[in-house]
Design a protein around this ligand. Sequence first.
Ligand code: SF4
Length: 214
Amino acid sequence: MSILTPPVAPTLQDNHEILDTLANRVSQCTQCKLAASRIQTVFYDGNPNARLMLIGEAPGQQEDEQGHPFVGRSGQLLTQMMASVGIDRKRDTYICNIVKCRPPGNRKPEADEMMACSGFLQAQLSIVQPAMILLVGSTAVQGILKIQQGITKIRGKWVDYLINTTGNQMTVAQAMPIFHPAYLLRNASMQENSPKWLTLQDLKAVSEKLKSLR
Ligand code: SF4
């Protein structure tokens, strides 16, 4: 087997069970200081067997209250924009964040917090084994690709990302950085080349790739 050949993935039911077990462990985690101020951990939403994984920054207030990622205003905007190009949130995506607990005041997660939580994210990647990853906003880009390049320069570009699978093999996913929807809420213009217009073009490219995988 090639080093980049994905091994047989767990079944949908298996993925649910493995992720539920992991979610239970995460809910009791106190590995970083974010544990002290959270209402609850926010682990994932969507389809555990999706080919597309969305990775955001951190839960916000609404996510902390409801226990699901991307359910606030910015999450709703991203959900609507995906739906407009044929990407169904529940069917087509697995959604999670770099850190599973809300940073106080919605500040960016700090480096030690991202490091402490990275094992849980890597476990999610290993279990779901997505073919594509959307890195939503600059913190997700820094947390996953370990680069400091501005989101404006790298959004919309596909980057290979190696995933260590549950079978201890390597598989490659195509990752694309996109603007964070919170930024799009503050820049709502749909004029050509505006951030929102560019994000729609990025999502159209993702949708096309997704269709080719169905
Ligand atoms: S952010 Fe992650 S590492 Fe920190 S307490 Fe929450 S689950 Fe644990």
